[in-house]
Design a protein around this ligand. Structure first.
Ligand code: GLY
Ligand code: MN
Ligand code: MN
Length: 430
């Protein structure tokens, strides 16, 4: 791992919170992700499943976590099954978790090698009535592959058809949406690394630079600061590319006078950051670009103030829509008739701003969270208003990550990342 060790109190507390929500005499199982193949003997880099990571800190393939809080044998209340490490594996693949290291990382005392899993699971299953399985119920999930978790669930249900089944997803959706202070520090670290990348880019951008050269500047700074990668596929979109919402080619030359929309964040220790900044290729916004930029920035500032305990996610979006409508009227992009005749299901402002303003952010960039329940302190949300104007050859989005506070305005984890148009211009011309 490139990241520094994480205080294992986080994982101990996460397990305690999870098991407190389990039914009597039940156990829960969580699997690592597979290492996905490319072809021949090449593979994609390993990415741990965020749930087993959240509950154990184990960042290794072929791992299984079992939680059985009512188990008659105390040593079986928390178990890790890990792939056995030996000298041969150490030589070819490098260090894997030993039982002792796994205990240090996770705080779990009972660690078995994977080859003992079936035998020990048989004992555990004879002692429990209900098994919690971990299905992917994220509102944006669209998974075509069978995961390691899916295969394990199939095996378990076939081998133990008389057990009742319960869902881990609703428990995790709730727990993971409210961040522990240790998690907020990790997200802050990811945001700080993103800041370093952005400041480097402000010094680097000039007319005729290529979008992929900007991407390269970011990843250089990320790797130098112990981030292993982009938290999500980065968008570096100059000119009209900014109006393609999921533009990820990043293969065009940036022309003098255009803007560049950059939606880029570093990961750190599997935690995301999610930033968008829009900057002028030539180091100065023109008058129209600045007017639209400042409108987006004002909406962002006002929207952020609404992220307080008790706010309803859907109602918040309606309010942001009203702010957006007023700004679009002032910019002459909408007129009164557009608004009077608008379709309530697709209001007029959506011509220029067609995506959501906020999502939960954390171990997943689009993190877990139940969007029909009121916002709570220590939830982390993005705020990302935008105005896309293909007819004028540019689009502007600004995005910060903020933590909801018990009282008052949210705490902005990206407070140090330049955003005011004048500051961006000053930095680009200094
Ligand atoms: N970068 C993905 C998003 O802003 O939601
Ligand atoms: Mn976002
Ligand atoms: Mn983003």
């Amino acid at each position: 791992m490139k990241y520094y060790p994480i205080n294992n109190q986080l994982f101990i507390k996460n397990r305690k919170n999870f098991t407190a929500k389990m039914k009597p005499n039940s156990l829960a199982v969580f699997n690592s992700n597979d290492i996905y193949p490319i072809s021949a003997d090449s593979t994609m880099p390993f990415e741990q499943h965020r749930d087993i990571f959240y509950l154990s800190g184990v960042d290794q393939e072929e791992s299984i976590l079992v939680l059985f809080p009512d188990c008659p044998k105390e040593k079986h209340r928390e178990i890790l099954f890990l792939r056995e490490t030996n000298e041969h594996i150490a030589i070819w693949e490098g260090e894997k978790l030993t039982k002792d290291k796994a205990f240090q990382v996770s705080g779990i005392k009972t660690v078995y090698w994977l080859q003992d899993m079936e035998k020990i699971m048989f004992e555990l299953m004879t002692q429990c009535d209900t098994v919690y399985i971990n299905t992917n119920e994220h509102y944006r999930a669209n998974v075509e592959t069978e995961t390691r978790e899916d295969r394990y669930t199939k095996w378990l249900k076939e081998k133990y058809p008389a057990h009742s089944v319960a869902k881990s997803a609703p428990i995790l959706q709730r727990l993971r949406s409210v961040k522990d202070p240790i998690e907020i520090d990790l997200i802050q670290k990811a945001c700080d690394i993103t800041e370093k990348g952005f400041r480097r880019v402000l010094n680097f951008v000039k007319p005729n630079v290529w979008e992929f050269e900007i991407e390269a500047e970011f990843i250089h700074e990320f790797l130098n600061n112990r981030s292993k990668k982009f938290a999500y596929t980065p968008i570096v979109a100059s000119g009209n590319n900014a109006n393609v919402l999921h533009y990820i080619e990043n293969n065009q030359q940036c022309k003098a006078g255009d803007l560049i929309l950059m939606d880029i964040g570093a990961e750190y220790a599997n935690y995301s950051s999610d930033m968008t900044r829009t900057i002028p290729v030539s180091g100065r916004f023109n008058k129209r670009q600045k007017a639209v930029y400042n409108a987006v920035n004002r909406i962002k500032i006002e929207a952020t103030k609404m992220l307080i305990p008790g706010t309803d996610w859907a109602a918040y979006h309606v309010e942001v829509g009203k702010l957006m409508t007023s700004e679009l009227l002032l910019l002459g992009l909408l007129d009164k008739a557009d608004v009077q005749n608008e379709n309530p299901d697709w209001p007029a402002y959506k011509t220029y701003f067609m995506h959501g303003t906020s999502h939960h952010m954390g171990l997943d960039t689009h993190d877990y969270g139940i969007l029909t329940e009121p916002m709570q302190p220590n939830m982390v949300f993005t705020v990302e208003p935008a105005i896309y104007i293909p007819d004028e050859g540019f689009g502007i989005r600004l995005e910060d990550d903020v933590v909801i506070q018990e009282h008052g305005e949210p705490f902005n984890l990206m407070r140090n990342i330049p955003i005011e148009a004048d500051e961006i211009e000053d930095l680009m011309n200094s």
